[in-house]
Design a protein around this ligand. Sequence first.
Ligand code: UT7
Length: 311
Amino acid sequence: MSVGIIGTGHYVPEKVVTNFDLEKIVDTSDEWIRTRTGIEERRIAEDTMDTSDMAYLASVNALEDAGVKAEDIDLIIVATVTPDTAFPSVSCMIQDKLGAKGAAAMDLSAACSGYMYGMVTAKQFIETGVYKNILVVGVEKLSKITDWSDRNTCVLFGDGAGAVVLGEVTEGKGILSFELGADGSGGKYLFQDEDYLSMNGREVFKFAVRQMPESSVNVVEKAGFKKEDVDYLIPHQANIRIMEAARERLGIAEHKMATSVKKYGNTSSASIAIALSEDVKNGKIKDDDLVVLVGFGGGLTWGALALRWGR
Ligand code: UT7
């Protein structure tokens, strides 16, 4: 059985915070942020909007796109490191709000790779015939664990949510291969310290420029294709320089890579899901395209998959 994405959706908060806005609160510059990261602005959620609210809005969008009713969802997986509360989980909160009465629900924590872990987990349940329709959401309200006085981190992150519905697709389409990995010895490079996110940027950078290109190539080869066959690449939207490393390794043209990092910054678990939803809706991803999704993040963790787009 082939398992693939049958609907996509996303939600980003309305409030835009530009690099120039950040110049007013920390010692930084638009020029530094642009050249080091590629980020121009990010979205920040209001106090009244929590993680589950964004997850809900992205999910409604994805269910509509898939043409699947909430009551036909069998499982909800929410990838997040910024849940409203430790429990109940965000997945239970949106199960109730959506009216997905028949769905089991769980949150999954793999930092920025969470969405990749969620997709791969969902695929197993469908492939084995246990479940038919699964909602996978990547969502973060990173602004609530951001130290707004630390220029090393506060310029990088943003809030948002992306969602997909996974189900059975035509033979040959859908998820063709995947890779997941973790290296707990690198946990010290990116973690939540008391209230705030703390990061050794240089170490995470080194890990990411090695891992993202490697995992991208691995999943393409596992799927039985060559680098030249790849039509579109969605790397975790953390830093344009890291993303470029993956693109160059695959040897694909600039316009074949998602670059929503410019507008949204790094939204952790949500970043690949938002970029996918946007680029499907704006026609950059077309039926039958060979698409590679690849992420990395705290843990350290990583994950990639190759898929043939379409139902
Ligand atoms: O989802 C995963 C999350 N994490 C990541 O993806 C992070 C990966 N790492 C990176 O993206 C990059 O390492 C950064 C963008 C965080 C930093 O870029 P870099 O080219 O590695 O810069 P650096 O850490 O080598 O710092 C260069 C200088 C330092 O000053 P000194 O020590 O050379 O005087 C920093 O203090 O830039 C300084 N700096 C800043 N200057 C202006 C750090 N942050 C800022 C800032 N504005 N916002």
